[in-house]
Design a protein around this ligand. Structure first.
Ligand code: C2E
Ligand code: MG
Ligand code: MG
Length: 618
């Protein structure tokens, strides 16, 4: 049995032991622990003093406010914490705590009454933790997070931008591809489908017609005398006219039809969906009417008429190629029938176009086989009725077909480029003839040679003309070159240079078919030309037709004022001659005087008196 003092002793020992244990815990704790009573520190552990910069053992006894930045702050915290403590709650909060050296640090603070039943009397425990570092790392973490967010946002924006750019690029590429596809199938000038697309559409129309056992029609359109407009007024006007024509073609179009530019001044319409001959006639009539209305282009009121050829599926052909070439052949026929009309393809046209093709092949060897020859048509001075010149006009003596007119084969020669060797041969032959005549004492005045537009534009024209004349040993002043008005109007810079070069050789220049082009006075003044030949179409109906009479009189007046000689072409009767004499026209050429004839016949008929003419004319 243990005695009471023994038991108390043991109790005291164990109590002391416990106290020591708690003190050891308090002394070594890594957080600050303080104990206040009556707003004064009663006890603090070393870590508390260390955090606040108080020397060991100096904080105990200090008033509570020394750890706050002001007394007011102390009072505010007291007002906040006090009531909560009084209710027995522990209070957690973060606040700046003042160090003894005046600095401060951020602390996490927990306050709790020692005895919640007597919160004031029992005193308060303050647990203080310096969270500056913690706060700093949280801040750093937040900043890093914010930066990351900013970067992510920036990157997202950059990506969005790149994405938008990519989308733009894709859209651009798609537009470009669409454009390329469009260009591959459309004509750049008019925007109409081109040959390639035409072929496709025509084949589709034929397939549909085949399936329904219906019809389809190909309408081939060529503009009459478009070349004259293009040559006289320039390509810009020509282009604008083609665009205007394309627009009008679009107006005639019915749904399901196709209109395409076939090339140059040629357009093709494909009439699908049961378009039989009657439909084609209706469309052709409308085309003739609406395409022929005047076009208002850069200040010019221009008129062009179409010549139209039509082929119908399945009657005239089964496939696209055949139908196109047959509509083309029919169009040619419309042209040779006087233009501004339409023609259906027929067997007769088929034969004619085959013949044309054959003629073209035969023309290739015509010079070599000696089938070309020149006839000469005299030109007369109207005052004295004297021979002043002879125009060389080429003919083709065809072995089977007999004499072929230049009106038939010159256009063919121009299309095939054969005009160059033919034209050269004509000049050589005309020069040879002029020399031969002179050597025999026959002086017909000058010999005039026609030059086609293509020859006129060939490189170094004056060079080879000079050589031919020189080689023939004739005086260049006895050679005249005729070029048409439309040739003259083409590309005036080059034209002027060529004309000057020819004139410097001593050759005389005439403007043939004058009045059919669109030449202006300003042009004529600039060019070194000597003679205007009034086109036959104006002479034919004078003096009865008052318009023609006015035109012829005006041309004669214009020529006189420019110091040019003027010749009337196609003079066929005395009435015309008297009128021409009356208006002061210098010369005439036509059946009234003589048609074109072989050289020896001309010499035979006009040799008499040639000696006197030679003195005056040459
Ligand atoms: P052009 O140069 O205007 O020649 C005049 C044409 O009118 C000639 O026709 C001539 O026979 C014809 N003619 C002459 N007087 C009369 C008349 O009173 N009444 C009628 N109705 N006609 C008349 P041709 O010989 O058939 O020549 C036609 C065209 O062929 C020429 O027209 C010319 O543009 C071209 N041509 C002829 N020979 C050549 C040539 O060697 N080279 C070139 N590039 N073209 C030529
Ligand atoms: Mg002529
Ligand atoms: Mg003429």
């Amino acid at each position: 049995m243990k005695t009471a003092p023994e038991a108390r002793l043991r109790e005291e020992r164990s109590l002391r032991h416990m106290l020591l244990k708690y003190e050891a815990i308090l002394e070594n704790a890594s957080i600050g622990i303080g104990f206040t009573r009556d707003q004064r520190f009663e006890h603090v552990n070393p870590r508390f003093e260390e955090m606040l910069g108080w020397p060991r053992g100096t904080l105990a006894g200090q008033p509570g406010y020394v750890v706050w930045r002001s007394r007011r702050e102390h009072a505010e915290i007291g007002a906040y914490v006090g009531p909560l403590l009084a209710r027995g709650q522990s209070v957690d909060f973060e606040h700046e705590i003042l160090r003894r050296d005046g600095g401060s640090f951020l602390a996490r603070i927990r306050a709790k009454s020692v005895d919640p039943t007597h919160p004031t009397r029992g005193g308060t425990i303050w647990i203080v933790e310096d969270i500056t570092e913690h706060r700093r790392s949280v801040e750093a973490l937040r900043r890093a997070h914010d930066e990351l967010e900013i970067r992510v946002r920036e990157r997202t924006e950059a990506l969005a931008e790149a994405n938008a750019r990519l989308r733009d690029e894709i859209a651009e590429r798609e537009t470009a591809e669409r454009r390329i596809r469009h260009l591959a199938h459309h004509d750049v000038l008019t925007g109409l489908p081109n040959r390639r697309l035409l072929q496709k559409r025509l084949e589709q129309a034929l397939a549909a017609a085949r399936e329904d056992q219906g019809h389809a029609a190909v309408v081939f359109i060529d503009l009459d005398r478009f070349k004259t407009i293009n040559d006289s007024l320039g390509h810009a006007v020509g282009d604008a006219l083609l665009k205007a024509v394309a627009l009008r073609l679009g107006e005639v179009l019915r749904p399901g039809d196709t209109v395409a530019r076939f090339g140059g001044d040629e357009f093709v319409l494909v009439l699908g969906e049961a378009a039989g001959p009657e439909d084609a006639v209706a469309v052709a009539d409308r085309l003739l009417e609406c395409l022929s209305l005047p076009y208002d282009i850069t200040g010019y009121s221009l008129r062009v008429t179409p010549s139209i050829g039509i082929s119908v599926f399945p009657r005239d052909g089964e496939d696209a190629q055949t139908l196109l070439s047959r509509a083309d052949a029919a169009m040619y026929h419309a042209k040779s029938d006087g233009r501004h009309c339409f023609r259906f393809f027929t067997e007769h046209i088929q034969r004619a176009s085959t013949q044309r093709l054959q003629l073209e092949n035969e023309l290739h060897g015509a010079i070599a086989r000696g089938e070309l020859l020149l006839h000469y048509q005299p030109r007369f001075d109207l005052l004295h009725r004297e021979l002043v010149a002879a125009e060389a006009l080429v003919r083709w003596r065809h072995p089977r077909r007999g004499m072929i007119s230049p009106a038939e084969f010159i256009p063919l020669a121009e299309e095939t480029g054969l005009i160059h060797p033919i034209g050269r041969w004509v000049l050589e032959e005309a020069c040879r003839q002029q020399r031969a005549w002179r050597e025999r004492g026959f002086l017909p005045g000058s010999v005039a040679v026609n030059l086609s537009a293509q020859q006129f534009r060939s490189a170094d024209l004056a060079g080879w003309v000079g050589t031919v004349i020189g080689d023939a040993g004739v005086d260049p002043r006895t050679i005249e070159i005729e070029i048409t008005e439309s040739t003259l109007m083409h590309d005036s810079g080059q034209t002027l240079a060529t004309l000057r070069a020819l004139a410097s050789l001593g050759i005389r220049m005439s403007i043939d078919d004058f009045g059919t082009g669109y030449s202006s006075l300003a042009y004529l003044k600039r060019f070194p030309v000597h003679l205007l030949k009034i086109d036959r179409s104006f002479v034919r109906d004078i003096p009865a037709d008052p318009d023609d009479a006015t035109i012829v009189r005006a041309i004669a007046g214009l020529a006189a004022s420019l110091g040019l000689r003027v010749v009337a072409e196609g003079v066929e009767n005395e009435e015309q001659m008297r009128f021409l004499q009356g208006i002061g026209c210098d010369e005439g050429q036509g059946f009234l005087f003589a048609p074109a004839m072989p050289a020896d016949e001309l010499e035979r008929r006009f040799a008499r008196g040639s000696a006197t003419r030679s003195a005056r004319e040459c």
